[in-house]
Write a protein that binds this ligand. Sequence first.
Ligand code: ATR
Length: 265
Amino acid sequence: MKSHLIIGNPISHSLSPKLHNYWFKENNINGNYEKISLNKSEIENIITKIKNKEIFGMNITVPFKQAVIPFLETQSDIVSKTNSVNTIYNKNGKIHGDNTDVYGFEKSIINNNVSLEGKSVLIFGAGGVVPSIISALINLKVQKIFVSNRTFEKAESLKKKFNFIEIIDWGKTENCDLYINSTSVGLKEDDNLGLDFNNLEKKKIFYDVIYNPPKTSFLSVAEKNGHKIINGRDMFLYQAQKAFELWHNLLPDVNQKLIEYLYND
Ligand code: ATR
């Protein structure tokens, strides 16, 4: 039996076990997938188990995507670019870290039939997921990326890796084609970024990395104003699809049946 797990804190909300266990069954793989909440001091011990395949595959979520890096033996180029790891496995005998969030974000945009070539984007927030989003936006050939964060310095520090981004003050907006909420504001139903989007003249795209609730107030206000909205569900599904492929050399299906099983059960 190939063991997999996701580590994070908190982790109880994670749908990853349900998703991967579904794919194991569908693809006749003798595997199982669990979730574990742990503390930072326990990370090294658990990652070591990848070495002898006691753990076959691992996902990492908030707040450990950076904290696992010192325990890797090799890492992908995307990890070097983003400093963020969400997938670990034994690659050629080494504990190897990769990042499939970039793929997840890219696929979520492509799947929604959106072309971002030459477009401008404003990202709200500067947390752990933002380097992956910026990398994906570069792959999608956007022309301009603005970042706005409540704590200005945190946005500034993103410039060390991505010197072409422009930081704007919190509370201000720019006229862009795509607005992305990557903050945790919206996790509670009444949460609201308190930003004013009333003067947008044409149809824009609003993307919220949050997928539960499926429609944050950021998205529901945008929808009422006639803009296209995308939530974080597809990013979640496609980062998982890519992780599964890295572990098992097989790209599992993402389809309506799976989505209904995951969310309506
Ligand atoms: P991560 O672990 O991914 O880094 P995080 O640091 O908690 O997560 O990031 C959450 C993001 O939501 C940050 O950009 C945070 O802004 P700060 O850097 O100023 O903390 C943002 N955020 C959280 N609560 C917020 C609030 N009430 N208003 C505005 N931004 C908020």
